[in-house]
Design a protein around this ligand. Sequence first.
Ligand SMILES: NC(=O)c1ccc[n+]([C@@H]2O[C@H](COP(=O)([O-])OP(=O)(O)OC[C@H]3O[C@@H](n4cnc5c(N)ncnc54)[C@H](O)[C@@H]3O)[C@@H](O)[C@H]2O)c1
Ligand SMILES: O=C[C@H](O)CS(=O)(=O)O
Length: 477
Amino acid sequence: MKKKWQLWIGGKWREAKSYEPLNNPHTEEELTQIGQAEPADAIEAIVEAHAAFQKFRDYPAHARAKILAKAATIMEERSEECAKIIALEGAKSIRNAREEISRTVQTYRFSAEAAKSNYGERIPMDAAEGGENRFGFTKRTPLGVVTAITPFNFPFNLVAHKVGPAIAAGNSIVLKPAEQTPLSSLFLAEVFKEAGLPDGVLNIIPGKGDVLSEALTTHPHVKKVTFTGSVEVGHLIQQQAGFRKLTLELGSNSPFIIDEGVDIDKIIERSVMGAFSYNGQVCISIQRIYVHQSLYEAFLERFVARTKQLVAGSPMDEKTNITAVISKKSLERLQEWLEEAVQEGAKLECGGKVKGNVMKPAVLTNVNRDSKVFRNEVFGPIVCIFPFDTLDEAIEDANDSRYGLNSGFISPSLERAFYAAERLETGGVIINDIPTYRIDNMPYGGWKDSGVGREGVKYAMNEMMEEKFISIKTSDE
Ligand SMILES: NC(=O)c1ccc[n+]([C@@H]2O[C@H](COP(=O)([O-])OP(=O)(O)OC[C@H]3O[C@@H](n4cnc5c(N)ncnc54)[C@H](O)[C@@H]3O)[C@@H](O)[C@H]2O)c1
Ligand SMILES: O=C[C@H](O)CS(=O)(=O)O
């Protein structure tokens, strides 16, 4: 590991004015020092990106695809090294970290394919009087400089969901990674250099969000801002970005409905993983489980029993399920919300104890619907379980949220599945599985406060392009 990391601007490492230590959230040991970009560095990166775009916009699709495919292969070859980076800086269990890397490789491969599939539409001009002897079509063209601000929890793959589509479209990028997990992004400097990406197309400037936000969202060269993170910061960015194109991938408190007639033995493992994978620090983590009254007691008993078996330990240990949450601040908030929920009437069925920065996964029942663990996004190892009588009641409860990213519904009845799918107010409805399901080519994004726009490589790429209509008069007759 390098002793310190500089800023990656215009295809070169540049000295930062100041450096801050990056600590391992599990051991609290210092890993390295990270250069902190200032607004002037952000502007320099934007100017470099703008200059690089002037040539990169004309790179043919096959050349962009080749760079992306090569980057994917380099990452695949170095996948264990990448997984260790996530485990060290994000305290993600090494098994989950490996899964993230294998998805990241695929996200870059999807991006390589998307680069070659930028189709337009032929418009039937003669459908309107006056449209005879004209040929009309649409074409999508790149925007220019895209700025990307990313969260800590999937530091390779959620960055890939921005960098991959941006390069596929022919844009240039300035990336500001999360303060907690900058190493995963800085690693890309080497990967894309080796893959043949021209200097200046990808710039990486770690630093503080509030310090860099204005430059990244308001500079005249910036044509699109793509943000993944909390609702609170998303709203600030939306206010700053004005009329610029904007994608906001924000938080949620995902519901999972388990209908009558379901074989619960088949879903316990998946439900526990959906609630507690990466300590619940996943935007589509299961936060609220609604179980049909006829299954409630049995489900609760088995869910709690399996939760108690989860192994807490070091992220580097192959057996570990539960690790340190990302920061002390986050841990304190989780403890506060848990205590408050219990004071407001909830029953703590298991978990909640804290050792070091690790919280044992907590299961709550009888939760008051005004408690923060119900209303807000928990983003930690706490899940709430409720019984329901009728399907309408479960759907109404699931929709009782300001968020709407993914929901899950499981039922032996196709009719009830379609009924629920029509009525659940979320960007994705995952039938017969948990809401935590995502593959990287599916359209993905939120309703309500969970966001604006869609990712999932092809969808993100389309939102990083401008559509142009071209009409050609083919004859004077
Ligand atoms: N919908 C999705 O696809 C998705 C995916 C992952 C995470 N998330 C959400 O992200 C959140 C957790 O991640 P986090 O803690 O890193 O989120 P966060 O909002 O605290 O930080 C995200 C990014 O925003 C930056 N930032 C912070 N303050 C800023 C400001 N004032 N202006 C501009 N940028 C600022 C941070 O430095 C970081 O890079 C959760 O809410 C989670 O649900 C959503
Ligand atoms: O944290 C939210 C992520 O979008 C989940 S996933 O990595 O895309 O599955």
